[in-house]
Design a protein around this ligand. Structure first.
Ligand SMILES: *[C@@H]1O[C@H](CO)[C@@H](O)[C@H](O)[C@H]1NC(C)=O
Ligand SMILES: *[C@@H]1O[C@H](CO)[C@@H](O)[C@H](O)[C@H]1NC(C)=O
Ligand SMILES: *[C@@H]1O[C@H](CO)[C@@H](O)[C@H](O)[C@H]1NC(C)=O
Ligand SMILES: *[C@@H]1O[C@H](CO)[C@@H](O)[C@H](O)[C@H]1NC(C)=O
Ligand SMILES: *[C@@H]1O[C@H](CO)[C@@H](O)[C@H](O)[C@H]1NC(C)=O
Length: 572
């Protein structure tokens, strides 16, 4: 009980509180179903499509799904801290060297530093406004920690304290299995980016312990709220608890994403070989070691943008057939923040529902852990579908001036799947059926997750094909005797616009190609503004600093509503 109460205090303190709802059991029929998957088809489609992609996960940042992930042998990972030694506790690994380098500072903790060891150092230039990263700042000091974020940080510590930190490089020596938590799951916000970890993984873990111990003493008392947990929104406590779960599952840790992909590595002696550890130069006035100023910021962004659509070089394989998602279950995911109905939350689910979802996750992991990696590559399937339709639909909505232009485009898309022989009794519905199944013939579902994903993808393609045939009827005059009437174009565009809203593909927000001195910028915790979220655009090294931050809110400070955007200064 103590643990559960502790968790509640913690969640209240971090702005993640929700109504107490203990004791309501779930109905026996509660579980994943094809109907629910069809009802949440676009969300499931997008969760699959966005997996391990900095772009999609940044926009659909409240992840509701988990996947088993494998990092193959030979992958190089990085860790930065203030210490020549490899961490002996759960700590962070970065996929990109500059991400780890940002934490390789004297006295500084991060993905991986030893949080709480020594005075907090200043962040590197590219994390100028984010010295509240992993494990660095305690909950109570978040306010203070944000103070220096607005202006260029000038390090005022005496020189001897400003020694360079250490950069550790590791090579993976055997395939390592992880749990991938999707969305901006490394983003320490109260907008919902931590829901799946804190409500589902940690909350139910506590609840399981409670059930197991039936009121007995909890073995080791948890640290006091807002204190020893360490790190923004108790990042250290989160890592430790998630690693306790990983131990049960025989997983090496958790793959997450913030501005960059990272791993919570539970044991640095598990499958990692240290290649080298090197000391960074002494810090120069608070700028990133040897790479300060706006160039450093900008080049950090450029590196991130390189991972928008692919982590690269087959560095991580996702087992889509192991997908476990709150989207599969009949739970209320409505965001209590009326300003963001687009973002799902787990804050209105009951403990019993969370337990049921975690039980399925547990079972899925046990079932899949020894199976071959990647039974069905569902992300490839979604890529084919998005690739065929996204730009064409957007073109019709945004760039056409005449009905004939839409008619030509629709004709191109649909003629291939219509049988003109007269064999089909109902030519249109037979064609819609063929169209909806077009990219699904080649895949054979193996697991229940596969069946649910398939149902979701089929629901999405059915919607696309149905709407395209509706537009076809309109522009060819089948359902509209005066296809050239001035109302036809806006009616067709309205159908396609509502289709875009339904699909909610992050591809619709791509910038188009930027110049070589520019990067398409989207908010990535802790950077960015609401405007950047609504309409990502190309930025250059000087314009990136023009706009304010604040998209990610006030880091869960009590008294701040979810995602109210106040107090956060998340610009680069
Ligand atoms: C845990 O995983 C390792 C490496 O994949 C494997 O060698 C070991 O047998 C597993 N342990 C259990 C208890 O399944
Ligand atoms: C679902 O959750 C929202 C937000 O918390 C709440 O307003 C709504 O009443 C809930 N719906 C049901 C059916 O419980
Ligand atoms: C869900 O939200 C409604 C309306 O805000 C509230 O009455 C109810 O207690 C919430 N349920 C849970 C389980 O949090
Ligand atoms: C997972 O399931 C196994 C087998 O049913 C059970 O022993 C274990 O306690 C479960 N673990 C969690 C964290 O739910
Ligand atoms: C950077 O972008 C800003 C805003 O678009 C523009 O005014 C400025 O000229 C650009 N600077 C360079 C060096 O391209």
């Amino acid at each position: 009980m103590a643990a559960s109460r502790y968790l509640r205090i913690l969640l209240v303190a971090s702005g993640l509180s929700r109504g107490s709802n203990d004791g309501q059991p779930v109905a026996e029929s509660f579980g994943p179903s094809l109907e629910v998957a069809q009802g949440r088809a676009p969300q499931i489609f997008n969760a699959v499509h966005d997996a391990m992609r900095q772009w999609g996960e940044s926009l659909h940042h409240n992840g509701m799904s988990f996947f088993l992930a494998t990092v193959p042998e030979g992958v190089i990972l990085h860790h930065g801290n203030n210490n020549e030694e490899s961490p002996r506790e759960p700590d962070w690994l970065a996929y990109e060297v500059e991400h780890a380098e940002g934490f390789a500072r004297g006295g500084f903790g991060g993905p991986g530093g030893g949080p709480g060891r020594g005075p907090p150092g200043k962040p590197p230039a590219h994390y100028l406004r984010s010295d509240n990263l992993h494990g660095q700042v305690e909950l109570g000091s978040i306010e203070r920690a944000q103070e220096p974020m607005i202006h260029e940080v000038v390090d005022e510590r005496p020189l001897e304290e400003v020694k360079g930190g250490w950069l550790h490089t590791y090579r993976v020596v055997r395939p390592l299995r992880y749990l991938y938590v999707d969305g901006m799951s490394g983003g320490k916000t109260s907008m919902g980016t931590l829901d799946s970890q804190d409500y589902l993984l940690r909350g139910t873990k506590e609840a399981f312990e409670d059930l197991r111990e039936e009121g007995d003493q909890v073995h080791s008392p948890p640290p006091p709220p807002g204190g020893g947990g360490g790190g923004p929104m108790n990042e250290r406590a989160r890592a430790v608890e998630l690693c306790a779960l990983c131990k049960d599952w025989n997983l090496s840790g958790i793959v997450r994403m913030e501005a960059g992909f990272e791993i919570i590595q539970c044991d640095f002696s598990d499958g990692l070989e240290q290649l080298h550890v090197s000391q960074r130069p002494p810090s120069n006035g608070g700028r990133g070691p040897g790479r300060g100023g706006s160039i450093g910021n900008f080049e950090f962004l450029r590196g991130l943008s390189e991972r928008y659509y692919d982590i690269g070089s087959a560095r991580t394989f996702i087992d889509y057939s192991s997908m476990t998602s709150a989207f599969f279950f009949p739970v209320n995911l409505t965001n209590p923040d009326p300003a963001r109905p687009d973002l799902p939350r787990l804050s209105n689910t009951t403990d019993a529902e969370l337990l049921a979802i975690q039980a399925r996750l547990n079972q899925t992991i046990l079932d899949r852990i020894s199976d071959p990696i990647r039974t069905v590559d569902w992300r490839d399937v979604t890529d084919l579908i998005v690739g065929r339709y996204a730009d064409r639909i957007r073109y019709m909505v945004e760039k056409t001036h005449a009905v004939s232009q839409i008619a030509d485009e629709i004709d191109f898309l649909l003629t291939a799947i219509i049988d003109f022989s007269g064999k089909d009794r109902d030519q249109t519905s037979a064609a819609i059926d063929r169209c909806a199944n077009f990219y699904l013939h080649g895949v054979n579902p193996v697991t229940e997750s596969d069946e649910l994903i398939r149902a979701a993808i089929h629901a999405v393609t059915s919607e696309i094909c149905t709407k395209l045939f509706d537009v076809r009827a309109l522009v060819t005059g089948e359902s509209n005797h005066d296809a050239d009437a001035s109302s036809t174009l806006p009616r067709a565009v309205a159908i396609l616009t509502s289709l875009m809203t339904y699909l909610d593909w992050t591809r619709f927000k791509r910038c188009g190609s930027c110049e070589v001195h520019e990067v398409c910028f989207v908010p990535m915790w802790p950077m960015g503004t609401k405007k950047d979220y609504d309409s990502p655009r190309c930025v250059n090294a000087s314009s990136q600093n023009d706009h304010g931050g604040g998209y990610w809110g006030g880091f869960g400070r009590p008294g701040h509503g979810p995602g109210d955007g106040k107090g956060g200064r998340g610009e680069i």
